[in-house]
Design a protein around this ligand. Structure first.
Ligand code: SP5
Ligand code: ZN
Length: 354
């Protein structure tokens, strides 16, 4: 399986040390071992592992508020780790629409108050090595986009932490910079006129959706567990969300009932691919979450390895594609799922999948 795997050693430096869920500390499932398992399984399957190249901030700044990327630096400068023993960024005040009730959204001077402006949940902790990893993941996405822009049919970025829950100015859902949006923006900057983002992570990629919600040049489609049935991100991912303004009609959500298996999920993937193909995109970004698998602890979807291989074939056939690692948390099955998805993509692209 010859799909290049773009890897940054820095991705291992993010050690959130757990998450706060419903007020209680939890071990968390977005752990460094995920990246090691994925890299090793793909290398054993024959994929060439390519080092991520450092990139400047230009593309990142085109999709994100620059202050979002400075939150750890600000936290550290405020002495919160050294003087107060708070070595993880965890906000405690969130400026919800109900709190503001029409007041202007300020940027408060105290960083511990300001964190709630950039972070929308309590599960997404930032620690000392986190930003190196987050930037490493973005560099992996940018390097994979460079490979595809310069003629490679497929490239996979082993991004950790994942990214699709991050909006222009707010992070959450174990994500800090939106690697898929960064890849899409990079493909646009390199000359692709239209880019399609197909998101097959078990959760709705609310961040990617909202970054491109009012744009026609980047279409977004997602198949995911129905947020209306009680699943993260709860507030977005509904079928009625179709884009706004210039982006009207350029967003497609396919929410699925908990318990959905290969048939229902692949019907959703097919619907997205049909709509994407009709736009004749110059390039494709796939948000490749492996957490729709039946074995995954973070979602109630029941997709098999064969299902992931079939989905890989469908997205791989769409055109030149950058595949971005998103979720996927069951360490024993993660490697097999990634190999299945990438082999399928290679088959779909007409490359040697063996
Ligand atoms: C990138 C990605 O897949 N993000 C998904 C984050 C969804 N996390 C929801 C967490 C809910 C709490 N998890 C508790 C797990 C107990 N086993
Ligand atoms: Zn997910």
């Amino acid at each position: 399986m010859r799909v290049p795997v773009v890897w940054s050693e820095d991705c291992l430096r993010h050690e959130p040390g757990g998450e706060v869920w419903l007020g209680v500390w939890d071990e968390g499932t977005e752990v460094p071992a995920r990246a090691v398992v994925l890299r090793d399984a793909l290398a054993v399957a024959g994929a060439p592992v390519v080092a991520a190249r450092p990139h400047g901030d230009e593309i990142v700044r085109a999709v994100h508020d620059p202050d979002l990327a400075r939150i750890w630096q600000a936290w550290e400068q405020a002495g919160l780790p050294a003087e107060y023993g708070r070595d993880r960024v965890v906000p405690y005040v969130f400026p919800t629409p109900g709190m503001l009730a029409g007041l202007p959204l300020r940027s408060p001077p105290a960083v511990h108050g300001r964190a709630g402006l950039f972070c929308y949940d309590t599960m997404t902790l930032v620690g000392p090595g986190s930003w190196a990893a987050i930037r490493g993941a973005a560099d992996a996405a940018l390097t994979a986009a460079d490979l595809v822009s310069s003629g490679e049919r497929l490239a996979y970025a082993l991004c950790r932490p994942p990214g699709h829950h991050v909006t222009r100015s707010a992070y959450g859902g174990s994500c800090y910079l939106n690697n898929a949006a960064i890849a899409a923006q990079a493909l646009r900057a390199a000359g692709a006129r239209r880019v399609a983002v197909v998101d097959i992570d078990a959760h709705h990629g609310n961040g990617t959706q909202m970054i491109f919600y009012e744009r026609r040049d980047v279409w977004y489609g997602s198949v995911h567990v129905d947020p209306g049935a009680g699943w993260f991100p709860h507030y977005a991912g509904y079928a009625a969300e179709r884009g706004r303004g210039d982006g009207e009609g350029c967003n497609r959500n396919v929410p699925l009932a908990p318990g959905t298996g290969d048939d229902g999920w692949l019907a959703g993937v097919t619907a997205l691919c049909d709509e994407a193909r009709a736009l004749a995109p110059d390039a494709v970004v796939v948000s490749l979450g492996l957490d729709a698998a039946a074995t995954d602890p973070e979602s109630p979807l029941c997709v098999t390895e064969a299902g992931y291989r079939a989905a890989g074939r469908l997205v791989g056939a769409l055109g030149p594609a950058v595949l971005i690692q998103e979720g996927g948390y069951d360490l024993p099955s993660l490697g097999g799922l990634a190999v299945a998805a990438l082999s399928g993509a290679a088959e779909g692209a007409g490359l040697d999948a063996s």
